[in-house]
Design a protein around this ligand. Structure first.
Ligand code: AMP
Length: 295
């Protein structure tokens, strides 16, 4: 608490690419390290954990806030995605963020211009969220590489909450030789276990209670694994009944945490990932078996 107070400072909001590039190039000349936290805003304690880590590890911290249109499908929530710059700025100031980079839509995606896109490998996209969100990870990879080219960060911070996104970004950085270190940060949860998400705000009280069963399924899988069950099929069979009957399951999959290949027998570094619809709200959550078993 005391520490956060000492970080407190005014955060500058920059919209134009040219302006932020000049600023960062001056910092680099002065030998500063730059930590970068890309977000779509509506910041919550999950984002805060990334920002706090970036603050601890770098001289300068940039948080980007950009609701990226090209990662939303036609029937998704792009228009109604929460936008709250004033509240986000207050959070950034609490952690002494130097700059919020909120690029302009017309600069990122000039009207009537077809742009070059980054397409992650099919085997990383044809499962989990990629199955139902066609083109989503092309949109994510494209915007993140644009942001990396603008900000040129030394380190960039991503949440394990979006496990497939994190794996795809790491793969992209490796394959395209992008000179940035990707830091993965653990999932932050509400006290009752619900993974923090900007979309939790859409849940009614009743849906919020039902949504708790999502993390219960993951915890049950972990418990079962620790008690000796290691067949993926059995782990899923034994745990899925805990999911509230009003919740629609999109997927519950057990995969290799680096390559996203299917796993029949759970071993270290296994990812258990779930996506559901609670009413109209789509929620995702996951668990790294390796990390959990080491706790
Ligand atoms: P978003 O604004 O949803 O694009 O998220 C920006 C970053 O915050 C991503 O790297 C997310 O994985 C991360 N993030 C979102 N929710 C959480 C959470 N509950 N715990 C940790 N990181 C999170």
């Amino acid at each position: 608490m005391k520490r956060k107070e000492s970080w407190k400072k005014l955060t500058e909001i920059i919209h134009e690419i040219k302006e932020i590039k000049t600023k960062i190039s001056d910092w680099k000349k002065q030998g500063h390290s730059v930590g970068f936290v890309p977000t779509m805003g509506a910041l919550h304690i999950g984002h805060e954990s990334l920002i706090e880590r970036a603050r601890k590890e770098n001289n300068k911290v940039i948080v980007s806030i950009f609701v990226n249109p090209i990662q939303f499908g036609p029937n998704e929530d792009y228009e109604k995605y929460p936008r709250q710059m004033d509240a986000d700025k207050n959070i950034c100031e609490k952690y002494g963020v130097d700059i919020i980079f909120a690029p302009l839509h017309q600069e990122m995606y000039p009207e009537n211009t077809e742009i070059t896109t980054v397409v992650p490998p099919g085997s990383y996209q044809d499962k989990l969220c990629g199955k139902s969100r066609i083109g989503h990870f092309n949109g994510v990879a494209t915007v993140v590489s644009k942001l990396f080219n603008i900000v040129k960060p030394d380190t960039a911070y991503f949440g394990q909450k979006d496990a497939q996104q994190l794996i795809i970004i790491k793969k992209m950085v490796k394959d395209l030789n992008i000179p940035v270190e990707i830091i993965s940060c653990p999932i932050i949860r509400e006290q009752d276990g619900l993974a923090c998400s900007s979309r939790n705000a859409y849940l009614s009280q009743d849906e919020r209670i039902k949504a708790l069963s999502v993390s219960k399924v993951l915890n049950k899988i972990n418990e079962q694994y620790l008690s000796g069950v290691n067949s993926s099929r059995k782990l899923i069979e034994n745990s899925l009944p805990l999911l509230d009957s009003d919740i629609k399951l999109e997927y519950l999959e057990i995969l290799d945490a680096e390559t996203l290949s299917n796993i029949q027998t759970v071993k270290d570094n296994t990812l258990v990932a779930i996506a559901v619809k609670v009413g109209n709200v789509r929620l995702i959550d996951n668990l790294l078996i390796y990390t959990a078993s080491k706790k």
